[in-house]
Design a protein around this ligand. Structure first.
Ligand SMILES: Nc1ncnc2c1ncn2[C@@H]1O[C@H](COP(=O)(O)OP(=O)(O)OP(=O)(O)O)[C@@H](O)[C@H]1O
Ligand SMILES: [Mg+2]
Length: 285
């Protein structure tokens, strides 16, 4: 049964999309048998622009999350393999902006994504499903939180105001949990992003975030790295861009921490990425 993780923060530009794409890619690198689905629930469609197969950039005939949430398609029809083996994408589309009021006032306002996933076989096909949320507390975040068993909250270390207003996000998670039948959505972790420890702001914010959330903060902080922007320009993940980039090592470590926190049993054989960027298979111990 897939573990569903919503990557969310109502603040913009904190690294949600970067985290979904590269954690997804990081997870599939842990085992050749790992299957990860990433869902773009943001009308901005940045995750889609990053991962959608380049040769099909006209999106011709492509079913997206907009049709799925609008009830016009099943989620299976929207799944696209990415250029990374084991990593699939449910793309978004700018149309989702226009559709938001209909979804908000319809049956799928809260349960839309959950129902779409439950009606399909995807929960049995994937080990992890990661959901990219838009930067607001609206309908799509509600849908993601209801569908997810866990949330990861990226917080940027390069912004003095990164923790301001975080209570609104906690309230949102709680509100959805009150409504949620069965198991509640848990916080899997806070992820420090855009962290340049040479700066005072990063030192101050890292201390503040670790003080505020203790062990819930991932040990790995994602360092600031210009390779992320280069990777996006080329429709690549950081692992495809440069295996030696700090971002590749950081998101690989985040994937390992997720596996550790969830006590997830890796399907063998494990694929280990070595420091120098070469890969080798080792048997799972
Ligand atoms: N660790 C990092 N170092 C340097 N740049 C980064 C890092 N993480 C993300 N970025 C860059 O910051 C920008 C915003 O990142 P991203 O799109 O992941 O944020 P977001 O939270 O999804 O934004 P939005 O709220 O608009 O959806 C992108 O250009 C991305 O390449
Ligand atoms: Mg985004």
């Amino acid at each position: 049964m897939a573990i569903i993780i919503a990557v969310t923060n109502h603040k913009g530009g904190v690294g949600k999309t970067t985290t979904v794409a590269n954690t997804g890619a990081g997870l599939v690198r842990k085992s050749k048998k790992m299957h990860v689905l990433v869902i773009d629930l943001d009308p901005q469609s940045n995750l889609t622009q990053n991962l959608f197969p380049h040769e099909r950039r006209d999106y011709k005939g492509q079913t997206t999350i907009a049709q799925v949430l609008g009830g016009a398609a099943i989620i299976d029809d929207a799944i696209v393999p990415t250029s990374i083996k084991g990593l699939d994408l449910v793309p978004s589309h700018i149309d989702l902006f226009e559709q938001e009021p209909n979804i908000q006032n319809g049956a799928g306002a809260v349960l839309g994504l959950h129902s779409a996933l439950s009606r399909s076989d995807v929960l049995n096909k994937y080990d992890f499903i990661l959901i990219d949320c838009p930067p607001n507390l609206g309908t799509f975040m509600t849908n993601a939180l209801y569908a997810a068993s866990h949330v990861i909250i990226p917080i940027e270390a390069s912004n003095r105001f990164a923790l301001d207003g975080i209570q609104s996000l906690f309230k949102k998670v709680n509100d959805v949990n009150v409504f949620k039948q069965g198991t509640k959505t848990q916080t899997l972790g806070y992820l420090i992003t855009r962290c340049d420890m040479r700066t005072n702001i990063a030192k101050t914010m890292t201390t503040a975030i670790r003080q505020a959330f203790g062990d819930l903060v991932f040990r790995t902080a994602i360092r600031s790295n210009t390779d992320f922007d280069k990777a996006i320009m080329l429709n690549k993940t950081i692992f495809q861009q440069d295996l030696r980039a700090s971002g590749a090592s950081d998101y690989s470590d985040v994937a390992s921490e997720i596996i550790e926190r969830l006590k997830f049993k890796l399907p063998s054989p494990e694929l280990v990425v070595q420091k120098e960027g070469t890969e080798r298979e080792v048997p799972v111990t």
